[in-house]
Design a protein around this ligand. Structure first.
Ligand code: UDP
Ligand code: MG
Length: 324
């Protein structure tokens, strides 16, 4: 692809949930970076930083609107309530698609190295439509986060959803990819799994993860578990297949046991084995309820999808044409 033919308006999409402590600092760092990239001619002077306020309960939106007033490089979307990180970055990207040639999603806590942007843009200019940011290490994560995250990726793979190891949501999408993303209408959204299935020429950029500069993680265990379940159920029906296989194996085993029991009865062997009976019935009961639960998860997802409710509600948008 010819280098000059690719538009270079960049939008940084930044989801924010209760980030008042570090937001002003983060905004300055991001603005400096965007200005520098524009001065070097890597991106257009029309590039912007778009904050998505995901229903914060603190002063986050006040800070965002203040920033927007002060400098047209900033723009903001305000959700009517907390819809979650995935919805926040989706809305930011879809809004960005109206003005931008490429959008990069990045967290508000500056944990993801913003200096990697140069490489993201270079990949885009080489013709990539999708560029994945992949973290070099998990040194800055606590033991618990490391374990849960690693377990999550393993489990996802086993259950039929292949996600890129150590890729969170730091990534660039070109206008073409953003427009493709717009065609996906699903409510149960797992971008990390979905975007690779869109195809497109893509590449990977490695970056170092830093410690959170201010505030604490907004991803509670509850949110992580919900993300894991959403990820699996939105990308794969393998758990349902596993239940079928399980049921089949247990049925086969039961056939054998029935024959064994009948033979025992015919030759007049005494009945014994309270423990075996109890263990088997408890195990079967447990498996049955668990399987019902898994099926229920999918039924629940179908229910939510058929309602086709809006994925988020935007209460306000601040966007101003820049001076250039
Ligand atoms: N976030 C969000 N909505 C939520 C939870 C988090 O928009 O419900 C944002 C948060 O403000 C941050 C990003 O998602 O910009 C990543 O969250 P965090 O840094 O807390 O997660 P961690 O890095 O610990 O995985
Ligand atoms: Mg973080």
């Amino acid at each position: 692809m010819d280098m000059d033919s690719r538009g270079n308006i960049l939008y940084l999409v930044v989801p924010c949930y209760n980030e008042e402590e570090g937001l002003e600092h983060a905004a300055r760092v991001m603005r400096d970076k965007v200005r520098r990239l524009a001065a070097e001619g890597q991106i257009s002077g029309k590039s912007k930083i778009m904050f998505v306020n995901d229903g914060s309960r603190d002063g986050t939106w006040k800070i965002i609107s203040g920033l927007c007033k002060e400098d047209a490089v900033f723009c903001g979307i305000c959700f009517s309530r907390n819809y979650g990180h995935q919805s926040a970055i989706l809305s930011g990207m879809l809004e960005a698609a109206k003005h931008a040639d490429m959008a990069v999603t990045i967290d508000a806590d500056l944990q993801q190295d913003i200096e990697a942007l140069d490489q993201f843009i270079a990949c885009y200019q080489r013709g990539c439509e999708v560029v994945y940011g992949v973290r070099n290490n998990r040194d800055t994560d606590g033991f618990f986060k490391k374990m849960t995250a690693t377990g999550f990726y393993k489990l996802m793979g086993l259950l039929g959803c292949n996600v890129m190891q150590n890729h969170a949501d730091y990534r660039l999408l070109s206008k073409a990819a953003l427009q493709a993303l717009m065609e996906y209408k699903e409510v149960n959204l797992f971008l990390r799994g979905l975007i690779p299935t869109m195809g497109f020429p893509s590449d990977v950029v490695y970056f170092d993860v830093k410690k959170r500069e201010a505030g604490h993680s907004k991803y509670t265990l509850k949110k992580m578990l919900a993300l894991a379940v959403d990820g699996i159920t939105s990308m794969s029906t393998r758990p349902l297949r596993m239940i079928t296989v399980w049921g089949f194996l247990v049925s086969m085993f039961s056939m054998v046991m029935i024959v064994v029991c009948l033979v025992d009865w015919m030759i007049g062997k005494n009945v014994q084995g309270y423990t075996t009976t109890l263990v088997v019935s408890l195990l079967m009961g447990g498996l049955t309820i668990f399987s019902l639960g898994v099926v229920g998860e999918y039924v629940g997802k179908i229910y939510m999808e058929t309602k086709a409710r809006p994925r988020y509600i935007i209460e306000a948008i601040i966007w101003k044409e820049g001076e250039e």
